[in-house]
Ligand binder design. Structure first.
Ligand code: DGY
Length: 368
């Protein structure tokens, strides 16, 4: 079955009224017959109740509906805390996308047993509080690695070659004749890529850089094995060397108290004036005000940003700067990847609800 565009979330729109005071639906009400081993048998029993915070592709909803009673926010829109609390009151499972889950919500969801986050980053969830309550939290790693790396590399290329400016220049009718000095950008081929955080996505970006004959430097808390370094053609350096030598600094660290404002005025001052900063990780890893100053004063050459400190609000001066390419947190936003994420979240949810260990627990200690 194809994903209907309305559900696939092809655009970012704000809807009018939210109606999450829905009643739970069960497999019996699905438009297509549920599949899955034992579905008919399970339907006889009382099924766990699940709330889905954003419209997921129908395949994922159908999968959940084989084993659960479910309700779903029909709008691709963040719920107000009070709406979310209301929707979670009776549920044992929460499929979380674009919501914050903290103590307050947990206190109002006494039956909750699993939070299946649709995303690899889970800084939106108070995992410690969940662990205390023995609620398993899961995420969706791997399935989005390559897609997110594609976006990071796309930002790198777009800002270096001034693609957005060039597009605007043509559309606005400024292109009257070929010019020698038109929209010069920066070379990518043969330059130095600095990967800050050599996890899955950082590694995937490093692999892309090899195709551009780039020199790849990286820094991480834990050094990769010699075999990994060799495979990636990546050289471990200290933090300062990374900042000083990178022509493109690409961030791939999770947001933690330690990585908050990892890149601030001090770090930006160490970068080359010709360097570009790429962030497809988390907005709060960069001090956005300091970045604006560095971009305005041309302390660095430009930035490609998919994430921001206070999404969806963006520092107003960033919007006015020509040497920045901005995208609305779409690192994993392809049809294939979003479906894979939703299906993986569904598997994590069902496993946990059925007392099996889910494929991707982020707090496995709840099983000890
Ligand atoms: C992720 O998977 O962490 C994406 O950034 C979506 O939040």
């Amino acid at each position: 079955m194809g994903v209907s565009p309305a559900v696939a979330g092809a655009s970012c729109t704000r809807g009018a009224d939210l109606n999450v005071a829905l009643t739970f639906r069960s497999a019996r009400e699905m438009p297509t017959p549920p599949c899955g081993v034992g579905a008919a048998k399970v339907k006889q029993l009382s099924l766990p109740k699940v709330f889905i915070t954003r419209p997921l592709p129908p395949q994922a909803v159908e999968r959940i509906a084989t084993r659960c009673d479910w309700k779903m926010n029909p709008e691709d829109l963040a719920l107000e805390p009070i709406q979310l609390a209301d929707a979670c009151r009776e549920v044992e499972g929460l499929v979380a996308s674009g919501v914050r889950v903290g103590e307050e919500l947990l206190g109002q969801a006494p039956r909750l047993r699993v939070i299946a986050n649709v995303g690899v980053g889970y800084d939106n969830i108070d995992v410690t509080a969940c662990t205390r309550r023995r609620i398993v939290v899961t995420n969706t790693p791997d399935v989005l690695t390559e897609t997110t790396a594609d976006l990071a590399f796309a930002l790198l290329m777009a800002v270096a070659r001034r693609l957005v400016e060039s597009d605007r220049y043509v559309r606005e009718g400024h292109w009257h004749y070929w010019q020698w000095a038109c929209l010069w950008g920066a070379d990518i081929y043969g330059k130095t890529l600095g990967v800050y955080g050599l996890g899955r996505i950082g590694q995937a970006v490093a692999r892309r850089a090899r195709g551009f004959s780039m020199r790849v430097l990286y820094h991480d808390l834990v050094r990769a094995t010699p075999a990994q370094e060799q495979e990636l053609g990546a050289q471990f350096v200290d933090r300062e060397t990374l900042l000083r030598e990178a022509d493109f600094l690409s961030l791939h660290v999770p947001l933690t108290p330690e990585t908050h404002h990892l890149i601030n005025a001090r770090e930006l001052a160490m970068m080359k004036p010709a360097a570009f900063l790429i962030n497809a990780a988390r907005g709060k890893v960069v001090d956005e005000a300091a970045l604006v100053e560095a971009l305005k004063s041309r302390q660095i050459a430009g930035a490609g940003l998919d994430v921001f400190e206070e999404e969806p609000h963006i520092h107003p001066e960033l919007l006015a700067l020509p040497n920045v390419v901005l995208t609305p947190h779409v690192g994993s936003a392809t049809t294939e990847t979003r479906l894979a994420m939703a299906m993986l979240a569904a598997e994590n949810l069902l496993a946990a609800l059925e007392g099996r260990r889910p494929p991707n627990p982020v707090n496995p200690e709840v099983y000890v």
